[in-house]
Design a protein around this ligand. Structure first.
Ligand SMILES: Nc1ncnc2c1ncn2[C@@H]1O[C@H](COP(=O)(O)OP(=O)(O)O)[C@@H](O)[C@H]1O
Ligand SMILES: [Mg+2]
Length: 260
C-alpha cells in the first residue's frame, strides 16, 4: 500500500495553522494557548482525554465557533474572521457536518448529489449531457478510491455501519478538500472496518492534509505522522507517536481514562 507521507515528502508545507487559540464559554476556558501546524500530505492526530477541548478546537478551526483570542491561517490566508461556509469553499472541510448520507438514495447517487453541492465549483444549473457523463465518471472514481464500487447500486440504508462511514468520507472527498478534519472517524467501528478506514485515510492524505480526533491509539500509531495531545484545553505534548507516547505527562493524563 501507500508509502508513508514522511518518506515521500521531505518537508511538507504547513497548510493550516493556529496561534494562541483560545475559547471561553462564560467563565470557563475550554481551549487555551493552542498553537497548531497541520502539514500537507500528512495525517495529524489530535488526542486527549474526554473534555480536553478537541471538538472545540475543530469548531474553532472550521469557524463554527469564533475564537475568544488567537488566529487561524489556511494556506497563507488569515481566516480568523471568515465565516464557515467560505472556509469550506477555501478547502477546509469537516466530515460528518457538511456531508450527509441520504439513506433512501443509492451509494452512487449519494456521491453524485455530493458532487453537485453548491460548494462544488462544477455546479451549474444548466449542464450539457457530456458534463453529466463527467459527473458519473468522477462519482465512479470516488467510489473506487474508497472501495465502494461493488456497493454502488445498494441503498445507503442497507450498508453496514462501517461502510456508511466510508460513504460519508467519499461524499466529503467530493468537495476535494485541501484540509480534511475528521472527528473520531472510527467511533463505533469493528476491527475490520477500522483497518479499511485507516487505509483510506492514509491514501486520502497523499495529496492533502488530514487532521483527526482519534481515541484508538493503535490507529494513531499506524497512520498519523504528527500527534498533538490536549489536556484541559492546553497542549500537553506534541511530536510523532513514539515521542508523545513515551512522555510521562501523557501517560499520567491517560491514566484512569477509558479508551476504546
Ligand atoms: N458550547 C459550550 N458551552 C459550554 N461549555 C462547552 C461548550 N462546548 C464545550 N464545552 C466544554 O468545553 C470542554 C471541552 O469540550 P470538548 O471540546 O467537547 O472536548 P472533547 O472533544 O475533547 O471531549 C468541556 O468541558 C465541555 O463541557
Ligand atoms: Mg469531542
Amino acid at each position: 500500500m501507500a508509502v508513508s507521507a514522511i518518506e515521500t515528502q521531505a518537508k511538507p508545507r504547513v497548510v493550516l495553522s493556529a496561534r494562541g487559540l483560545r475559547r471561553d464559554f462564560g467563565g470557563f476556558t475550554a481551549v487555551k494557548n493552542v498553537d497548531l501546524d497541520v502539514h500537507d500530505a500528512s495525517v495529524h492526530a489530535l488526542i486527549g482525554p474526554n473534555g480536553a477541548g478537541k471538538t472545540t478546537v475543530f469548531n474553532l478551526l472550521t469557524k463554527f465557533l469564533q475564537p475568544t483570542a488567537g488566529s487561524i491561517t489556511l494556506m497563507g490566508t488569515d481566516i480568523t474572521g471568515t465565516p464557515p461556509d467560505k472556509v469550506a469553499r477555501m478547502g477546509l472541510v469537516r466530515s460528518f457536518q457538511i456531508s450527509a448520507v441520504f439513506p433512501h438514495l443509492s451509494v452512487l447517487d449519494n456521491v453524485r448529489v455530493a458532487l453537485q453541492r453548491p460548494n462544488n465549483l462544477s455546479t451549474q444549473f444548466w449542464r450539457p449531457l457530456s458534463a453529466l457523463d463527467r459527473l458519473n465518471e468522477r462519482a465512479e472514481q470516488l467510489l473506487a478510491s474508497v472501495g465502494l464500487s461493488k456497493e454502488r447500486d445498494h441503498l445507503a440504508a442497507d450498508l453496514s455501519y462501517g461502510r456508511k462511514r466510508v460513504l460519508e468520507i467519499a461524499t466529503t472527498l467530493a468537495l476535494d478538500p485541501k484540509v480534511l478534519l475528521l472527528d473520531e472517524p472510527m467511533a463505533g467501528m469493528g476491527h475490520e472496518d477500522v483497518g479499511v478506514v485507516s487505509a483510506i485515510i492514509r491514501d486520502v492524505a497523499r495529496d492533502r492534509a488530514v487532521l483527526m480526533v482519534e481515541h484508538n491509539l493503535s490507529v494513531v500509531a499506524n497512520i498519523c505522522q504528527h500527534v498533538t495531545v490536549l489536556q484541559r484545553g492546553e497542549i500537553l505534548a506534541e511530536g510523532d507517536y513514539a515521542t508523545v507516547s513515551q512522555d510521562e505527562r501523557v501517560r499520567v493524563a491517560y491514566m484512569g481514562t477509558e479508551e476504546h
